[in-house]
Design a protein around this ligand. Structure first.
Ligand code: SAH
Ligand code: SF4
Ligand code: F3S
Length: 477
């Protein structure tokens, strides 16, 4: 009698072998379901948050594809997973609203599988909320066990009605599972997970846990594999890349990691996110200046220009310190463009505090800035601060800041006209099909004549016209 040894084998204990085992198991089930259909089952993993979430979502897509789903961008898919962000207070309710819509779709497609993962699920009371009021959500997992999707899905496919698995921490890292990249020519690379900084407004350390760095050899290996697969630009990802390497058996600073990664052939451009100003070392400035592959762009979140606010935010730098750092970077790396994050209306912020923020904006002249109105995030210390700023004051300051940021941004863009730059072509221009859209080293976009065959290539472009925050250009021979 034919006896399928594998079908009865116990799942291995080790990772990632265990997940590969469950990928196979799920694949048999999905293949069987697909065999009775004209088109394969579809899956839509959707990212709502930062670059970390986007990268996690590519991992979810990789696993779902390996299992046999056709990956689509459509909430009507047979399997939908929302990879959530919870950095602002109202984000959660929006997710629950959208889940309601998915539930309606489920009425027409009872086999539809709905999943929720990511930062929101790591906030208190979530498991209970899904168990009691959102029974139609089939899979719920957190930020620490994204890699376990196949195992959790297998449990759902083999009879469990709702699979909820949320951990409150993890001190290990599982990698080397399938990944489906959104772009063929560029990729994020996680170099560390979690955050130890506890800025008083921020939920991230509570939902992503303590800082854990991957070993440099593993990172370099991954970058080599990406290069072999056609990737030309990588973005090294961490909540605070400047503290990379602390806690490794064999210490390695972020600057050292950059030197190692820059040696990988085939990778032409290196970016990284995010740099906390308090940990930006001279060694790192030196590395940025001397490694040609590092793009001339640095995202350096300011949050506020007021020492009093910075102290209450627990940012651990001062306005002077930040300005000095920005000046040193600009001096060491001529032409570098700086971008930032700014929060307006942090508890206790006065007009005078806000003027300090405006002053830094004037002095540093950011190429662009993400501006946020402070949102009291439950679970963070600042949400309980007594002196919340009235909304109309926040709105007024915010509008003023945004206007100024945009003016400066347009001026800086204008200054680039008549210069040349290397652009990595990302897409065919939506508005103008005879043009392609490329990203310059400083992160600005340029539209210039071209076609689809140029996607993923790097071209020398003359910037002929500024259009606020992007350029029109022409190909240099
Ligand atoms: N680790 C990164 C970014 C994390 S969150 C860093 O340190 O810069 C991205 C941005 O969201 C933050 O830089 C901050 O500007 C903003 N943010 C975080 N919590 C917020 C809150 N409660 N209200 C408003 N903006 C917030
Ligand atoms: Fe949040 Fe601060 Fe950590 Fe950034 S560094 S993730 S803002 S706690
Ligand atoms: Fe949001 Fe989580 Fe990123 S809360 S900003 S998705 S780390």
């Amino acid at each position: 009698m034919y006896f399928d040894q594998k079908a009865f084998a116990d799942p291995p204990y080790e990772e990632p072998a265990r997940q590969n085992f469950f990928i196979e198991k799920c694949r048999s089930i999905i293949e069987e379901r697909n065999s009775g259909r004209s088109l394969p089952l579809t899956a839509c993993p959707r990212a709502f948050g930062c670059q970390m979430n986007a990268r996690d979502t590519e991992k979810l897509a990789g696993i779902l594809q390996a299992v046999g789903f056709n990956i689509v961008d459509d909430d009507g898919a047979d399997l939908v997973i929302y990879d959530t962000c919870t950095v602002r207070e109202n984000a959660d309710e929006r997710v629950f609203g959208r889940l309601g819509f998915l539930n309606n779709m489920k009425k027409h497609n009872p086999d539809k599988i709905i999943g929720v993962c990511g930062c929101m699920t790591q906030t208190p009371g979530m498991a209970e909320r899904f168990r009691s009021r959102y029974r139609f959500v089939d899979l719920v997992f957190g930020t620490y066990n994204v890699y376990k999707l196949a195992e959790l899905l297998y449990r759902r496919l083999t009879g469990e009605s709702q699979v909820i698995e949320i951990w409150d921490k993890a001190d290990f890292i599982v990698e080397d599972l399938p990944v489906k990249r959104e772009y063929s020519y560029k990729s994020g690379v996680n170099i560390m997970y979690g955050c130890n900084n506890f800025c008083s407004y921020c939920i991230v350390p509570y939902v992503r846990g303590r800082e854990r760095s991957r070993r440099p050899e593993e990172i370099v290996e991954e970058v080599k594999r990406l290069a072999a697969d056609g990737v030309r630009e990588i973005m090294l990802l961490g909540q605070n890349v400047n503290s990379y390497g602390r806690g490794l058996d064999r210490p390695c600073s972020f600057a050292e990691l950059l030197y190692k990664v820059s040696e990988v052939d085939g990778i032409d451009r290196i970016r990284f996110m995010t740099s906390h100003p308090k940990d930006l070392s001279d060694e790192l400035i030196e590395a940025i200046a001397s490694i040609e592959k590092i793009c001339r762009h640095l995202h350096l979140p300011l949050q506020s220009g007021s020492d009093r606010m910075l102290e209450r935010m627990n940012r651990r730098y001062t306005k002077e310190g930040y300005l000095d750092l920005a000046a040193r970077i600009k001096k060491a790396v001529p032409g570098i463009s700086l971008t930032t994050d700014i929060i307006v209306g942090f508890p206790g912020e006065t007009e005078e505090d806000f003027e300090h923020t405006m002053d830094v904006v004037e002095q540093v002249r950011y190429q662009s800035a993400f501006t946020f109105q402070y949102s009291p995030r439950t679970g963070t210390p600042a949400a309980a601060f007594p002196d919340q700023v009235p909304h109309q004051d926040v709105q007024r300051r915010f509008d003023r800041l945004l206007r100024r940021v945009q003016e400066i941004s347009a001026q800086l863009t204008e200054e680039g006209v008549g210069k040349r730059g290397l652009a990595l072509v990302e897409t065919v221009s939506e508005k103008n099909p005879g043009c392609v859209t490329g990203r310059l080293g400083n992160n600005l976009m340029v539209h210039f004549p071209g076609d689809e065959s140029m996607i993923g290539g790097i071209y020398d472009v003359m910037l002929t016209e500024a259009k606020g925050f992007y350029y029109m250009g022409r190909l240099e021979k």
